[in-house]
Design a protein around this ligand. Structure first.
Ligand code: ATP
Ligand code: MG
Length: 400
C-alpha cells in the first residue's frame, strides 16, 4: 500500500495558499434536471471510523435518502459529518489538520467508506503524524484527480459565514474546491502553481536573488497562473446566476446578489509580474497572481462584507452553498451528498422554505442528505420519509 506523501495530503488543504498548509462539461445546466433524467446519485453506503474524534469504533450502513442525526450537544454529530466531508475532500470543514481529528491519546485515525452508485468503491484512509495512506478499491491513490470525483459533498455549517466575513483566502478556497471537484485538470495546475510560487518566494527572500532564476520562475508562474485564472474566470459567471436565484429564494430582500471575480491582475500576468519587481524587492514576496485573487460578493453592487447586515450575510452564505450544490448537480447530472450541520434550526421559515426544494430534488434523485440537530432545533417540515439516528457519546443508534 502506498503511503501518500505529506505534501500530497497537504496539497488539497492549501492549494490556494502560497504557504505549505469530474470532469468538465461543455454545457452548463443552470436548472437541475428532472428526476427522470438524473444519473444515479452516489451514496455513502457504509462508514467506518477508528479513533476518529470521539469515535473509538464505528461501523454503520446508510441507505440513500434522508438521515437525521439527533443528539445532545458534544455527542459526536458534527464529527460524523466531518468524517464524510473528509472522505470527499481530504480536508476538514472545520479548517483543522489531521492531528486534531485523532482520538485523544491515540496515534492515528482510520476512516473508511463504501460509496455506491451504478458502481461501487471502497475507500480507506489512515492518518497519523508519521504515516498517511489513502486507497481506492485497494489501490493506492497516486493522483488526487483520480480520487476527488468519487464522493462529492456540499456542507452547510456555521463556518460558512466566513465566506463573507473572512479573508479572500477562504473565498479562493471555495472556488478552488469547486473547480477541483469538477475539472480534472484544475488541481494539478494549482499544485504546480503553488510549488512554483513557493520556490519564487524562497528566491525573493535571498539577499541577492539570482535574476535569471527569478525570470524563469516568473515565466513558469505566468504560464500556470494563466490557466488558473482562465478557469476561475469561467466559473464565476456560471455560479453567479445560481447564487442570485438561491438568494432570492431564501431572503425577503429586494436586493440582487451578484458574484464578481476579482483577479489581482487585470492584464497579462507576465507583464504584471515584471512591473511589480521593485515592490517585490521591498516585500520579498510575489505580490500578484491567482494567490491574491478574491471573489466579490455584491448586494446591489455594494460589497456585502462591508455593508451587509448579519442576516444578509447569513443568507449569502447559505445561497453560496445552495449554488455550489446546484452547480455540482448540473455538471454531474446527480446531486452531491448534502451535509447540513445544525443550520436548519437556526433558519427562519423563509430561509428554510428556500432550502427545501434542494432537499426535495436530492430526495427525488435518490441522493443522500445527512442533517444534524438537537431535539430543540428539529424542523417540523422534515416529518416524512427519513431515517433517525441517535448520537450519544461517540456511538450511533438507529431510531430514537
Ligand atoms: N480528537 C478528539 N478526541 C476525542 N474526542 C474528541 C476529539 N475532538 C473532539 N472530541 C469530542 O467530540 C465531542 C464533540 O463532538 P461534535 O462536535 O460532533 O459534537 P456535536 O454532537 O455536534 O455537538 P453540538 O450539538 O454541540 O454541535 C466533544 O465531546 C469533544 O470533546
Ligand atoms: Mg455539532
Amino acid at each position: 500500500m502506498l503511503l501518500i506523501s505529506a505534501s500530497l495530503a497537504r496539497q488539497i488543504v492549501s492549494v490556494s495558499s502560497p504557504k505549505p498548509s469530474g470532469r468538465a462539461s461543455p454545457h452548463f445546466i443552470v436548472v437541475a434536471p428532472q428526476a427522470s433524467r438524473y444519473v444515479c446519485a452516489v451514496h455513502l453506503a457504509r462508514l467506518r471510523l477508528r479513533d476518529f474524534r470521539n469515535y473509538a469504533k464505528l461501523d454503520v450502513d446508510f441507505t440513500p435518502g434522508f438521515h437525521v442525526l439527533l443528539g445532545d450537544n458534544a455527542q459526536g454529530k458534527t464529527n460524523i459529518l466531518e468524517s464524510i466531508y473528509l472522505l470527499a475532500t481530504l480536508r476538514s470543514f472545520r479548517g483543522v489538520g489531521g492531528a486534531q481529528m485523532i482520538r485523544h491519546g491515540q496515534k492515528g485515525y482510520f476512516v473508511g467508506a463504501r460509496a455506491v452508485s451504478e458502481t461501487e468503491h471502497t475507500i480507506r484512509m489512515f492518518w497519523s503524524s508519521a504515516e498517511r495512506q489513502l486507497t481506492l478499491d485497494d489501490q493506492p491513490v497516486r493522483r488526487l484527480t483520480d480520487y476527488l470525483g468519487v464522493l462529492r459533498t456540499v456542507v452547510f455549517c456555521s463556518e460558512d459565514l466566513q465566506l463573507i466575513k473572512g479573508t479572500g483566502r477562504i473565498r479562493r478556497r471555495f472556488m478552488d474546491l469547486l473547480l477541483s471537484q469538477t475539472h480534472g485538470a484544475y488541481l494539478p495546475l494549482l499544485q504546480r502553481y503553488a510549488r512554483a510560487l513557493r520556490s519564487r518566494n524562497a528566491l525573493l527572500k535571498q539577499r541577492a536573488p539570482d535574476e535569471q532564476a527569478l525570470d524563469s520562475f516568473s515565466q513558469e508562474l505566468a504560464r500556470l497562473g494563466g490557466g488558473v485564472l482562465k478557469l476561475r474566470h469561467e466559473l464565476v459567471p456560471r455560479l453567479s446566476p445560481l447564487t442570485r436565484l438561491a438568494y432570492r429564494r431564501i431572503s425577503n430582500d429586494a436586493e440582487e446578489l451578484r458574484l464578481e471575480y476579482a483577479p489581482s491582475v487585470q492584464g497579462d500576468l507576465a507583464v504584471e509580474l515584471a512591473k511589480s519587481r521593485a515592490r517585490e524587492r521591498l516585500f520579498r514576496s510575489t505580490l500578484v497572481g491567482p494567490h491574491r485573487d478574491d471573489l466579490k460578493l455584491l448586494l446591489n453592487d455594494k460589497s456585502a462584507s462591508q455593508f451587509g447586515s448579519e442576516g444578509q450575510k447569513r443568507s449569502i452564505a447559505l445561497a453560496l452553498k445552495m449554488a455550489q450544490a446546484e452547480y455540482l448537480t448540473g455538471l454531474a447530472g446527480a446531486p452531491p451528498i448534502l451535509l447540513i450541520d445544525d443550520v436548519m434550526g437556526e433558519l427562519d421559515a423563509k430561509r428554510r422554505g428556500g432550502l427545501l426544494p434542494l432537499l426535495e430534488r436530492s430526495h427525488q434523485a435518490r441522493g443522500q442528505v445527512f442533517m444534524t440537530c438537537t431535539e430543540e432545533t428539529w424542523p417540523a417540515e422534515l416529518g416524512r420519509d427519513l431515517h433517525r439516528w441517535t448520537v450519544q457519546s461517540g456511538a450511533l443508534r438507529s431510531g430514537s
